[in-house]
Ligand binder design. Structure first.
Ligand code: SF4
Length: 403
């Protein structure tokens, strides 16, 4: 799953505050990655707060025309080549195969891509038939991120996630036959009513499919989702915190024993198979965003495209943006620390000194770090500062203090 940067509809009243790409400087841009958001799903899962709508099939062609216009606005603006492309959603593989092919072609035509670009597409296992698999491979896609979440039908039901777990293996077979053999599998632990043993089985089922990358997230109760409503109404119960911590610890030890490198709080990969696209996010690199509700960042300018499909379709060729932030130097330092410390390798002393030398109002950030070191939530190891295993469990609150 691409990181949670494409949030659910922010509600009425979010007026455009500028247009992409005019919000960026006129100079040539150095871009590390591109994210494209395809907002169609065949059903809305109950835990999901990504912007997506149930597909009725009648707007797919307009969507592809419009995103092609958006891509075209970048012609001649990019200096060098882009190393990672991510088509997320929504369910990009729900596009009609011909339209999916056109979209992939447009990316290759309008964006300068590195020869060895990592090109990922998110997929729901129900949507990968032979034709889709072959369109993806022909279009240059070389990595698929499959939303599994769980292999236990009763837990998928709790999430109101509609797919047959057996179709994950079938989808992978079809993709491998088409020539794509790099996979991420998304799994969710902490599902209400789940047991430790069920989580262990989910991990084993995932490992049996021999992915090169696994994203294992704790279930989040996002505002305004049906799952959160059920929680508030007392129809489901949050899983016990200690049980969730046990599940996470088991994930670390089991995937470590299977040869996976734990490189980010929720992400494991075979050595060298880290997700290049997400590393751009965690290292605060520059990425462009296309499609409704997609968020981008270039040199301290952050923005979010207008989130409603209708508004986005009716605009163009530039895109109205509803959130625009010119991040100041101090806030950028806070973001760098918060994101880079999510990486298990941590940051070097030199990098830490460089960041704190740029901005550390009243020594506040250094004090947070010293405190975390003294309580064992952070460690200093061979010239690097990183979160300890215990610190990882408290990462969200700890790292937010560095902002
Ligand atoms: S398939 Fe993915 S994007 Fe679509 S509703 Fe489910 S979780 Fe959200």
């Amino acid at each position: 799953m691409a990181l949670e940067l494409e949030q659910f509809d922010p509600g009425p009243g979010a007026a455009p505050v500028g247009h992409f790409p005019e919000i960026l400087s006129d100079a040539s841009l150095s871009i590390d990655a591109a994210y494209l958001h395809v907002p169609f799903c065949f059903h809305k899962c109950h835990y999901c707060d990504f912007y997506s709508i149930v597909d009725t099939g009648d707007r797919q062609a307009r969507f592809v025309d419009r995103i092609e216009d958006e891509l075209r606005t970048m012609a001649g603006r990019i200096d060098g080549a882009i190393g990672a492309v991510f088509l997320g959603g929504g369910t990009p593989t729900l596009l009609e195969p011909e339209l999916l092919g056109r979209l992939l072609e447009a990316v290759g035509e309008h964006l300068p891509l590195e020869a060895g670009v990592e090109w990922t597409v998110e997929a729901n296992p129900e949507t990968i038939d032979e034709e889709v698999a072959s369109r993806l491979a022909q279009g240059g896609v070389n990595r698929i991120s499959i939303g599994c979440q769980s292999f236990r039908p009763r837990l998928l039901e709790v999430l109101e996630r509609h797919h047959d777990p057996d179709n994950v293996a079938r989808a992978i077979d079809r993709l491998r036959s088409a020539g794509i053999d790099a996979f991420n599998l998304d799994l969710i632990h902490g599902i209400p009513g789940s047991t430790f043993d069920e989580w262990c089985l989910d991990l084993e089922d995932a490992l049996a499919l021999e992915p090169e990358h696994l994203s294992c997230y704790g279930l989040q109760y996002e505002p305004n989702t049906p799952l959160t409503k059920k929680l508030e109404l007392g129809r489901i119960e949050r899983l016990d915190e200690d049980l969730e911590a046990d599940m996470y610890e088991h994930t670390c030890s089991r995937l470590g024993a299977a040869g996976f490198r734990h490189y980010e709080i929720s992400n494991w990969s075979r050595p060298g198979a880290e997700c290049r696209h997400n590393l751009v996010y965690w290292r605060s690199g520059n990425w462009l965003a296309f499609g409704p509700s997609a968020s981008g960042h270039v040199d301290g300018t952050r923005w979010k495209n207008v989130p409603r499909l209708t508004d986005w379709l009716d605009s163009g060729p530039g895109t109205p943006v509803v959130d625009l932030e010119r991040v100041d130097a101090s806030a950028r330092v806070g973001e760098h620390l918060m994101l880079e410390l999510r990486l298990r390798e941590g940051i070097t002393r030199q990098r830490l000194d460089e960041l704190l030398g740029r901005s550390d109002p009243d020594g506040r950030r250094r004090a947070v770090i010293e405190d975390a070191l003294s309580t064992g939530l952070m460690l200093r190891e061979s010239d690097c500062l990183r979160l300890s295993d215990r610190g990882v469990l408290l990462a969200d609150s700890l790292l937010s203090e560095l902002i």
